[in-house]
Design a protein around this ligand. Structure first.
Ligand code: ADP
Ligand code: MG
Length: 699
């Protein structure tokens, strides 16, 4: 048996390989770049490039690529070979520092939201040395950022790195105020829990909705769904187990710390969680994980569905973004400490997050907005579209006590004076009971649960880091000028609790009463769809905050606004077209041929026995099905008409509203008729695998 430790990270140019292959001086200089963000000089880059190339070639690589995350949501790569002609007519394998540091993909077809006029179509990619290079297939992949020549970010990594830096700057100011001089930097960490579905490849191929859109656009409910609760943490089926084993191995080779796997709530649904790492690495790894999940599935005759809502009426898939802030000295700033002094610092960081989530509910909601995720949020299976925070009873009681200058609990009679009292220990158990909260404190980290399963985690973390950086900045501005640090701190924390406690909600987030209370009494936002929320990205307060921390420029924000809505519209338009096509060329003909066969049977029966043989069942079925086909045809026409109207709208905001109010509504109507027909059409006539087969077909 091969040992995991033998192949873990074998495809990664990680610290072990760097140390072993680089001259000590070069290694030290590269380390400085990685740890402290120092500029890399070209001499060092050349040596790193050569070592990287030699290592990659020894592993069978022939090509290299600058691997980046454009705004489409997937990753992009353009492969160049290492080959260079040698004077003797042969070839040598070459790779220079210049090629390592900077690439120029022909990027004119990546979305830029108007940032890159076509005449200057070329953007450039810049190496992110903090994320290790790795080999995929025969290609050395170099994680990079992607910018236009004007310096605007065209990807997700650039603003993510900027947001981490912004948080670092502000958190360091606070840490210094607490008298800590040894900490050099602060980083955020993330562990994303990834949900997915596995379906049989042969069945998948028969469904054009799955092939074109990643989700089923038709499908009547099967007799058995998830009501038995027998799948969650249930025994993993052999074919799925083989898949997971293979997947883990591939991920481990890439140095991805895949740790836990289990079945999820819905049949055919599963989850994979890695051990957490620094946010930009976690982001790269999550992108890679999603890609490898799909690749490995193909080897097992399976398809991995990452869509947020592949099946109506069945739980959708999300991604839980476990997030914390820690120092380079290993202190988790969201972990309650041992001493009153550490606790004051913890409470201040906690308050910074509370304030951030309340002040920027809209940005958090926008950061997870996609057409796919709209089917989940607020659908009583995922957190509601209203952003709120769960802190647990214990921590909430502490905050109450601070707010009211009251004793924390009746028995101890200790006044919650910061820097004096010791906090109770918050164990995980007491804080993680609530699964319905969009943003839950789980002992030493927050779990942001609104992300869709196919989302890049970059967007959510950019907004989270940015919003928290802003809270910390405001705190630091006050505290740096304070005459009495401790008094000012107490006041700051108290005020934050007073002003922002409306965002804290420990109850059931799926409850209808909560949505009413949240929106009517507490004034929290409830943006139900992508079309409703994305425009607020450009609200003055948001632009001001994001530009002041240099996370986005105003132009970048405008381009992201455009691209998000464009993606939303395109996605739904493709779905609508697919529906029309399937209804016309597959479903209606299938129902028709069933009707024709029944009619033939009626004729046959009558020719044999005249009126003595009853045919009322057949007749009523013919009437019902013919009515449904008629209605199907009308609903298809209506949808087609709406498609033309929507496509003609030039303004993206207007178009996205029409997509929401017209297309999606008409799609729902067409689907209802088709699903009705599915229920009463003989199985062998149905043109593609049905829900029951898809959901229970993998054993
Ligand atoms: P579970 O929710 O499955 O019981 P955990 O809550 O311990 O398990 O972990 C869920 C995810 O949170 C994992 O990916 C884990 O690595 C990550 N995680 C744990 N601690 C932290 C932390 N301090 N910061 C960020 N992520 C963390
Ligand atoms: Mg968890």
């Amino acid at each position: 048996m091969e040992k995991v430790s033998d192949y873990f990270g074998s495809m990664v140019f990680d610290d072990r390989v760097m140390k072993a292959t680089l001259p000590a001086k070069v290694y030290a200089s590269l380390r400085k770049t990685i740890d402290e963000g120092q500029q890399l000089d070209i001499g060092v880059a050349n040596e790193v490039a050569t070592a990287m190339k030699d290592w990659a070639v020894s592993k069978g690589a022939t090509h290299y690529t600058h691997w980046f995350q454009p705004l489409t949501g997937i990753t992009a790569e353009k492969h160049d070979s290492f080959i260079s002609p040698s004077p003797d007519g042969g070839v040598i394998m070459e790779f220079s520092g210049k090629e390592l540091i900077k690439g120029e993909p022909d990027a004119s077809s990546f979305p830029s939201g108007g940032l890159r006029a076509t005449f200057e179509a070329r953007g450039y990619t810049a190496w992110d040395p903090t994320s290790y290079a790795f080999i995929k297939g025969k290609t050395l992949c170099i994680p990079t950022a992607f910018c236009s020549y004007g310096g605007e970010a065209l990807d997700k990594k650039t603003p993510l790195l900027r947001s981490m830096e912004a948080l670092n700057i502000q958190a360091m100011r606070i840490i210094k105020l607490f008298g800590n001089d040894t900490v050099k930097c602060v980083k955020t960490s993330v562990g994303p829990e990834q949900e997915y579905f596995l379906v049989d490849k042969e069945m998948y191929d028969k469904r054009r909705d799955l092939v074109y859109t990643g989700r089923t656009l038709f499908g009547a409910r099967p007799p058995k769904g998830q009501e038995m609760d027998d799948h969650y943490f249930g025994v993993i089926k052999p074919r799925v187990a083989a898949y997971m084993e293979d997947l883990n191995k591939e991920l481990w080779k890439l140095g991805i710390l895949a740790k836990t796997e289990h079945n999820e709530v819905a049949p055919a649904q599963h989850e994979l969680a890695p051990i957490y790492s620094t946010t930009n690495i976690a982001t790269d790894h999550n992108q890679l994980t999603m890609e490898i999940m799909q690749k490995v599935a193909a080897r097992h005759g399976l398809v991995c569905l990452l869509h947020e809502k592949p099946f109506a009426g069945v739980n959708g898939s999300g991604k839980h973004n476990n997030w914390s802030i820690s120092t380079d000295t290993g202190v988790n700033l969201l972990s309650p400490g041992e001493t009153p002094y550490e606790n004051a610092q913890f409470l201040l960081f906690l308050c910074a997050v509370i304030k951030a989530v309340d002040d920027y509910q809209d940005l958090l909601r926008i950061s997870v907005a996609t057409a796919g995720n709209d089917h989940r949020l607020g659908a009583n299976e995922a957190p509601p579209a209203v952003v709120s925070m769960f802190l647990g009873d214990e921590l909430s009681a502490v905050l109450d006590a601070i707010e009211n200058d009251a004793p924390y609990n009746a028995t101890e009679k200790t006044q919650m004076k910061l820097g004096v009292s010791v906090l109770p220990k918050f164990t995980r158990d007491t804080t993680d009971r609530n699964r319905t909260s969009p943003f839950a404190f789980t002992g030493n980290k927050f779990e942001f649960r609104m992300l869709g399963s196919s989302n890049s985690i970059a967007c959510a973390n950019i907004m989270l880091n940015a919003a928290v950086a802003e809270s910390l900045k405001q705190y630091a501005d006050v505290l740096e000028g304070a005459e009495n640090f401790r008094d000012e701190l107490q006041k700051l924390i108290k005020n934050t609790i007073k002003e922002h406690k409306r965002i804290i909600f420990n109850g059931n987030g799926y409850d209808e009463h909560w949505i009413k209370e949240a929106t009517e009494k507490r004034g929290l936002l409830n943006y139900k769809t992508t079309a409703d929320c994305v425009g607020h990205l450009l609200d003055e307060k948001n632009v001001k905050m994001l530009t002041s921390h240099k996370i986005f420029s105003e132009t970048e924000l405008k381009s992201r606004y455009e691209i998000t809505l464009e993606n939303y519209c395109k996605t739904v338009i493709i779905e609508a077209r697919t529906m029309c096509d399937m209804a016309r060329t597959e479903i209606a003909p299938a129902v028709e041929s069933y009707v024709a066969d029944i009619a033939k049977a009626v004729n046959l029966k009558q020719s044999v026995g005249g009126s003595t043989i009853p045919v009322s069942y057949e007749k009523s079925l013919i009437i019902k099905l013919s009515g449904l086909v008629e209605s199907m045809s009308m609903k298809t026409e209506e949808l087609e008409k709406a498609l033309i109207e929507v496509s003609e709208l030039g303004d993206i905001a207007e178009q996205s509203m029409a997509v929401k109010d017209e297309l999606l509504v008409k799609m729902g109507r067409l689907r209802a008729v088709c699903d009705e027909a599915e229920k009463i059409t003989a199985k062998k006539y149905w043109p593609f695998p049905r829900y029951g087969e898809l959901l229970f077909g993998v054993r």
